[in-house]
Structure formats: structure tokens, C-alpha cells
Design a protein around this ligand. Structure first.
Ligand code: BGC
Length: 514
């Protein structure tokens, strides 16, 4: 039986219930999952820019950096260095498939506990790594943690939060990711001067949110949906009363029971997902993730310090610049929280495409004109690059960042929602892996062309959003099929099977009649 994802946004029915202390504690603890993920996105680029780290694990890269006639674009091009970043995402990809099963079978709470345990092991291995092998094995453990947490935490949040704050909470997961990235950037900047083990502090601090999640998840409740889904009906009702802080929870309880009944009839959600009528939300979920990654955001998030060193900043200035981009990322995510239900999803996505396209072209243009194979950019140019990176990150953070997750969570019908969402998570991990593994080599071979490469993707995703992405603002999740998909000029053809068959039959008969 698939796990049940309760509607995240839209006109969700109002049930009795206050935002109890219990709910707040649960939400804060679960948000640690977002911090765990974000911290790891931010930390790898920072330590990669630290000489002590390179000297210890990637000596050739450090040596190449020291050469007077170093090649600006290629000094970090090293497969193992990229594997350090990317290995996490390949493990997360595998874990996210397993996690959708453990979430259904054992619940969200043990899945989160498992995530934090993998994460703590990963932190210990990376912090005390004595060689590359230990470092990479540590990253793989972190990846398993991220994969389990990324499936369980959003599910946990959407099921536990009172209906009226569900939409905002969905985006707050993204907000915690960005805060995690920012904290990593700040820590990297602060410990960069501590020789020779500053990088170990950076890697070790990743254990804080994992430890909080681990301890916290011992204290939290399993979600009522998960309990009812696993036939612990009375316990489910009792937990619902406790977390809502009221005695009358009948309506919400009935709606959860109904949702679980519907879901239990679908014994093979993945099979159902492959059916023709599931194609529109499935394509949108996967494509949103592919496009999200091919904006080039993680080239910036992972490698900003390296990139800023490439354009001529010293190690310190490069780490400081990453703090600034990290801050822009957090603040701009708030813009999304405020605007997403007012101006709609499409307006934000389209505006951001224009903004991101222009900034990628300007960065590419400056590098093409002024950053030769050796030598630095003039300082004015380097400043413009940092500003453009900030404008780019702002555009991403109020659009494709949060909406890449929000849209797949609100467009599947209940029966395929969890299975469909796990496709979104794994597509994200796969594309993140590709970018992490390829970016530094692409930078070396394509030089400034890499920014035009991302700009070209942005044009494609803009056209996609313009013509193929329906607006879902304010549409109740359970009316998505009738009000959105069946009305859309392109996607409606996936729902008219009977009419289409009739039409085809008439067309086949007609020639004989003439
Ligand atoms: C993406 C991450 C990215 C982050 C940046 C998320 O939505 O999935 O890959 O690093 O946004 O804030």
C-alpha cells in the first residue's frame, strides 16, 4: 500500500485544532531534516576551497593550484574531487526509493531516525577521515541519510501540520534547506583560518542537526495518517487528539480514514503511475526537477567558493562571497512564501527565467571577454560577477527552488501522490549528481561557455513553463484533474481516452463508407 500524502495546498478543509506546542516541537525537529540537507549542499564547496583539505586528500589539485601559470578554468578539474561532492547524491537516489517503502511499512518516525543514524555515521567518517576512501564512504552514508530524510520529512510535515498552514510549511522545508546552506557558508568562512583542521570542524558541525533529529525523533509522535494506514486506528485517533489539542477530531479522522481506504485499494501505485492519465503530473514532476537542476543552481551552491577563486578572489574573499549568496538565497525564499499564492506559480517561474537567463549571459560574457586561461579578472569585473550570481540566486530562490518541490506535491491525485513524489525526489538526486560530478570538468573544457549552456536550458524551461505548465494556484488538490489537466490545451488529450478511441474508430470506418 502506498503511503498517503495529504494535500499540501489549495482550499484544504478546515478541521478543529490549534497550533499546539506539540505541533511546533514536531515541526521544528522535522525541519532539522531540511537543515541537514542544506548544510551538506553548502559545506562541500567550502572545504574544497580550503588548502588544508586539498593537501590532505587531493594533493594533485593543491599542487596544480600552486603553479604560477595555473589554468584558471581547470585547476579544480579532478574526478575524485567531484566524486567527493557527488557521491552523496547517488546514495541519496538509492535511499529515496527504499525510503518510500520504509515510510509506508514502518512509519515516518523510524524512517527519520534511520536517516539521522546514517547521517551521524557519515559525519563521524568524514570528520575523522584519514584517506579519500574513508571520506567517500562517509559521504555515501550522508547520502543515505539525506535520501531517507528527504522522503520522510516533507511527508511528516504535510501530515502533521494543521491544514491552514500546510502550504507555508511545504515551502518552509525549502527555507530550512537554504538556512542550512547559509550556516555551512558561515562556518566555512569562520573556520577557514583555523589550520590545519578547520575543514574538520566544518564537516563535524553537520552532526548537530542530525543529532537534534535523532534525539528529537525519539520524543515525537508518529503521524496519525501513518498509524491509521498501518491499521493502528485507535492509536491514530488518540495521537490526532493530542497533536490538535482538542477532543473533537472526528471530521479530520474520518477524512484520514477515507484517504487511507482510497490508497489501500491501489496495490500497485507505480503501475498506476505508468498509466496514460498519470502522465501529465508525472512528466511535470520529473521535468520540474530536471529543469531546476539545469538552471545551474548547484554549480553555484556547491562550487561558489571555487568559482569565486576562479575569477580571482583569494580563499577568504571567496568564502565570504559565498556567505553573501547564501544570505540572498534565504531572504529570497521568503519572497516565494509571500507571493506564491498571490501571483501564482507561473508568474514567478517565468519572471525568474528572464532574470536567470540575463545573469547567466552576463557572467558568461564577462568571463569570455576578460578571464583568460591565466591571470585574474579586473576587480570591477569580479564584483559584477558576484552581484550577478546574487541576482541569479535570488531569481532561483523565489521560483524554481521551492516550486520545483511544491508543484509535484500538489498535482498528483491521492492514489499516486507518494509514488509520484518519490519520482520527483529521485529525479532531483540524479540530476544533482550529474551536475556535481560534471561541473568542474565542464568548466575546464567549456570555460565561459558553461554559463551559456545553462542559459540555453533556461530558455527551454521558460518555453516549457509558458506553454505546458498549467497554473495550480488556489486549485484544491483533489480537483486538479477536472479543473487543471482536463482543461489544458495539451494535457487534456491524456484524459479523453474513450472519446479518442471513438474518434479513431470513426476515422477508420469513414474511408469504407465513401
Ligand atoms: C534544490 C537544491 C538546491 C537548493 C538551493 C533546492 O530546491 O533542490 O538542489 O541546492 O534548492 O537553495
Amino acid at each position: 500500500m502506498p503511503a498517503v500524502v495529504i494535500a499540501n495546498t489549495g482550499d484544504v478543509p478546515e478541521f478543529e485544532g490549534r497550533i499546539t506546542f506539540n505541533v511546533i516541537v514536531c515541526v521544528v525537529i522535522a525541519a532539522c531534516g531540511g537543515l541537514m540537507f542544506g548544510y551538506d549542499i553548502g559545506v562541500s564547496g567550502g572545504v574544497t576551497a580550503m588548502d588544508d583539505f586539498l593537501k590532505k586528500f587531493f594533493y594533485e589539485v593543491w599542487e596544480r593550484k600552486q603553479l604560477a601559470h595555473e589554468n584558471n578554468y581547470c585547476k579544480y578539474d579532478n574526478k575524485k574531487l567531484q566524486l567527493f561532492t557527488s557521491s552523496l547524491y547517488i546514495a541519496a537516489l538509492i535511499a529515496s526509493f527504499i525510503a518510500s517503502k520504509t515510510c509506508s511499512k514502518y512509519g515516518r518516525k523510524p524512517t527519520m531516525q534511520l536517516a539521522s543514524i546514517f547521517f551521524i555515521i557519515g559525519v563521524a567518517l568524514t570528520t575523522f577521515a584519514v584517506n579519500i576512501e574513508m571520506l567517500i564512504i562517509g559521504r555515501l552514508h550522508l547520502g543515505l541519510g539525506v535520501g531517507f530524510a528527504n522522503q520522510a520529512v516533507p511527508l511528516f510535515l504535510s501530515e502533521l501540520a494543521p491544514a491552514k498552514i500546510r502550504g507555508a510549511l511545504n515551502i518552509s522545508f525549502q527555507l530550512f534547506i537554504t538556512i542550512g546552506i547559509l550556516i555551512a557558508n558561515v562556518v566555512n568562512y569562520a573556520v577557514g583560518k583555523i589550520h590545519p583542521y578547520g575543514f574538520r570542524i566544518s564537516l563535524g558541525i553537520a552532526g548537530v542537526p542530525a543529532l537534534m533529529l535523532c534525539l528529537g525523533s525519539l520524543a515525537i509522535h508518529e503521524t496519525p495518517t501513518s498509524l491509521i494506514e498501518r491499521k493502528k486506528v485507535e492509536e491514530g485517533r488518540a495521537v490526532l487528539k493530542k497533536i490538535r489539542g482538542v477532543d473533537n477530531v472526528d471530521r479530520e479522522y474520518d477524512s484520514i480514514v477515507h484517504a487511507c481506504e482510497v490508497a489501500s485499494q491501489i496495490t500497485q501505485p507505480y503501475h498506476k503511475l505508468m498509466k496514460r492519465e498519470s502522465r501529465p503530473p508525472l512528466v511535470i514532476a520529473i521535468v520540474m526537477q530536471v529543469f531546476q537542476q539545469f538552471t545551474g543552481i548547484n554549480a553555484i551552491m556547491f562550487y561558489a567558493p571555487v568559482l569565486f577563486q576562479t575569477v580571482g578572489f583569494g580563499s577568504d574573499a571567496a568564502l565570504l562571497s559565498s556567505v553573501i549568496t547564501g544570505l540572498v538565497n534565504v531572504l529570497s525564499t521568503f519572497v516565494s512564501v509571500v507571493l506564491v499564492d498571490r501571483v501564482g506559480r507561473r508568474a514567478l517561474l517565468l519572471e525568474a527565467c528572464v532574470q536567470m537567463f540575463i545573469t547567466q549571459c552576463i557572467i558568461g560574457g564577462i568571463l569570455m571577454k576578460d578571464l583568460k586561461i591565466t591571470g585574474n579578472l579586473p576587480s570591477g569585473d569580479a564584483l559584477v560577477v558576484v552581484i550577478m550570481v546574487c541576482v541569479f540566486v535570488a531569481g532561483f530562490a523565489w521560483s524554481w527552488g521551492p516550486l520545483g518541490w511544491l508543484i509535484p506535491s500538489e498535482t498528483f491525485p491521492l492514489e499516486t501522490r507518494t509514488a509520484g513524489f518519490s519520482f520527483a525526489v529521485s529525479s532531483n538526486m540524479l540530476c544533482t549528481f550529474v551536475i556535481a560530478q560534471a561541473f568542474l570538468s565542464m568548466l575546464c573544457h567549456m570555460r565561459s561557455g558553461i554559463f551559456f549552456f545553462f542559459a540555453a536550458w533556461i530558455v527551454v524551461m521558460g518555453l516549457f513553463a509558458l506553454f505546458l505548465l498549467p497554473e495550480t494556484k488556489g486549485v484544491p488538490v483533489d480537483e486538479m484533474v477536472d479543473r487543471v489537466w482536463k482543461q489544458h490545451w495539451f494535457w487534456k488529450r491524456f484524459f479523453n481516452d474513450e472519446q479518442a478511441v471513438e474518434k479513431r474508430e470513426t476515422e477508420m470506418i469513414r474511408p469504407h463508407l465513401i
